[in-house]
Design a protein around this ligand. Structure first.
Ligand code: ADP
Length: 576
């Protein structure tokens, strides 16, 4: 029950539950949607990068194939072989130049070297820096001759894709290697730009030993990305854009890496899409939450209001006001509940009236029976006594005893009649400030003789300063009743102690005796009317009337008693 949620009103519980539910729903939708969107865009990025890579491969292959086939045709031509057979470098240069001018690409390079790699003729293309006189790659390719050999070649700061083709001549003992043709394309900005335009916008970055050789990006961005690729290739970005990279090693003729190709596809558009998606879901959540909250609040009000009315009416019933009615404003379960509640109240009212009526009739009957029963004995004693006095010659002592008996009986009748009078009399309502000690003393004074004759000692421990606002006559009757009961409980003598203290704004008056204690049979019903333990000698109204008088003063009365250990009646009154 300490749960703070349980302290919230029903309305807030409904509203809060709804907002938590809708938020959870949106969080799950958000998570699933963003996850699928991210996966879809990642896959699409990957597909685009792979498509770019295939485009790069086919472009590169077609250029390489072209050079390979040109070189192969040249190497097989008889006049080329004849010229190369002369061994005269000027003849070789001239022949090669003439043939190359007919077939070559402008941007391709074409070299004729000796089998050891020394350059005899350097044709075609416009290399960024002068080509070296000696190409070691030719010697390295010799192992794979007579086949053509392809691969990347790094020369200085430049990267080339080359095809090496051997030129053989028929000699006496088989064939002899005359010269070697080396044809290739420089990997240049133009190549990268061409690749970019044919592959739908991916960026291309060629690196050789960590240095940018060609790129479609600006020099500063290229340098930044080259650095990132060397350290963390998964996270590649410039200040403005983020990329999904695909790295391919560029291998030389022997298969050793001499550089890298990075194909970079920008993920900015995809990221923007996901950001938009997030924002849209967030906005949708907010709008749904507000609309839902408004709707739930309105609906919850319609549920909670009747419940509140029922709650208030039930509290009235608990406070014994059975006249409360709940308005019926709907035909649903709550409306039916209100109808049932109203008819329940009507039934209670009816049952209560029936009960009061029958209780009254019963009370009158019991009272009449009790009066008849209780008056019969003392009346019989008076009647018998008077008859004896009239008809018999009695001695003075017998007359004395009979008169005393008649006096006792008539006094009992008087007390009974006084109780009955008390029963019908409404409270006077005249409350004045009185000293408790005075009230108690006036009662004990009037009963002092009876107490003395019974051998009962009465002790009063009531401080003078204690005062209460009270109807003196009624409270005196209360004290007289309690002392009278105590006296009746101790026919063989004993002690009555009357104490009073003030506590928490009340005056507590206790009347304790050393009698036999309350009969357990009537202990629980002691303060009910007509409950008596003195067969025929009392009407059982004293304690009921006394307690009612104390309650009418805003106080309470109770008893503590153990069989054989006396009884202690205590009542409390609000202090003056
Ligand atoms: P009544 O005196 O007419 O019987 P009361 O209401 O005054 O009616 O008392 C009810 C019963 O409570 C008494 O008959 C008696 O049996 C019991 N009773 C009251 N006071 C004492 C007491 N001090 N000691 C033992 N029994 C008591």
């Amino acid at each position: 029950m300490n749960n703070p949620f349980s302290r919230l009103s029903l309305l807030w519980k409904i509203v809060l539950s709804f907002s938590v539910a809708i938020t959870l729903l949106f969080a799950a939708t958000f998570w699933i949607t963003v996850r699928s969107a991210t996966r879809a865009t990642t896959e699409s990025n990957l597909r685009e990068v792979q498509a770019s890579f295939h485009a790069y491969q086919s472009l590169w292959k077609s250029r390489s194939d072209r050079l390979s086939s040109i070189s192969a045709i040249l190497s097989a031509m008889s006049d080329v072989r004849a010229a190369f057979s002369t061994g005269d470098e000027a003849t070789i240069r001239d022949t090669a130049k003439e043939l190359w001018s007919r077939v070559s690409d402008d941007d391709a390079i074409f070299l004729v070297t000796t089998p050891r790699g020394r350059v005899i003729a350097s044709l075609g293309g416009a290399p960024a820096e002068p080509l070296p006189e000696d190409i070691p790659a030719v010697r390295e390719a010799a192992g794979q001759f007579p086949a053509q050999v392809s691969g990347f070649l790094a020369l200085g700061e430049q990267l080339y894709h080359i095809t090496i083709t051997p030129v053989y001549v028929q000699a006496n003992q088989g064939t002899g290697l005359l010269n070697v043709l080396l044809a290739g394309y420089a990997v240049a900005e133009a190549v990268a730009a061409h690749l970019k335009s044919t592959t739908g916008g991916s960026e291309f970055l060629f690196l050789s030993h960590g240095t940018v050789v060609a790129s479609t990006l600006s020099p500063s961005d290229s340098a930044m990305i080259a650095g990132q690729l060397a350290t963390s290739p998964a996270d590649v970005h410039t200040g403005r854009s983020e990329f999904a990279p695909l790295l391919t090693p560029l291998k030389d003729i022997q298969g050793n890496p001499v550089g890298q190709l990075a194909i970079l596809h920008s993920v900015d558009a995809a990221n923007q899409e996901i950001t938009n998606l997030r924002r849209n879901i967030g906005l949708l959540w907010l709008v749904s939450l507000l609309a839902g909250l408004g709707l739930t609040y309105f609906m919850a009000l319609r549920i909670v209001e009747p419940v509140k009315r029922l709650d208030r009416a039930a509290a009235e019933v608990a406070a014994r006001n059975y006249d409360s009615e709940v308005p019926v404003k709907s035909q649903d379960e709550l409306g039916r509940l209100a109808v049932t509640f109203n008819s329940m109240c009507a039934s209670i009212r009816q049952a209560r009236e029936d009960l009061i009526r029958s209780e009254r009739i019963g009370a009158v009957g019991r009272l009449a029976a009790s009066i008849v029963h209780d008056l019969r004995n003392p009346l019989a004693a008076i009647y018998g006594g008077a008859e004896l006095l009239l008809e018999s010659q009695l001695s003075a002592s017998q007359i004395q005893r009979l008169a005393a008996n008649m006096y006792d009986s008539s006094r009992r009748i008087q007390l009974m009649l006084q109780d009955l009078l008390e029963l019908g009399r409404p409270p006077s309502g005249r409350h004045n400030r009185h000293s408790l000690r005075e009230v108690v003393s006036s009662v004990t004074d009037s009963l002092a003789l009876d107490a003395e004759m019974q051998g009962v000692r009465v002790e009063i421990e009531v401080p003078d300063r204690l005062e209460a606002n009270l109807d003196r006559h009624r409270i005196e009757r209360v004290v007289a009743n309690l002392i009278g009961n105590a006296l009746e409980a101790m026919p063989g003598g004993g002690r009555i102690t009357i104490t009073a203290i003030d506590k928490d704004g009340f005056v507590l008056v206790a009347i304790r005796d050393t009698g036999p204690g309350i009969d357990p049979e009537i202990r629980d019903r002691l303060f009910q009317p007509f409950v008596t333990g003195r067969k025929g000698a009392g009407m059982g109204l004293g304690l009921a009337l006394s307690r009612q008088a104390v309650i009418d003063h805003g106080g309470e009365m109770w008893v503590e008693s153990k069989p054989g250990e006396g009884a202690c009646f205590t009542f409390r009154l609000p202090q003056a």
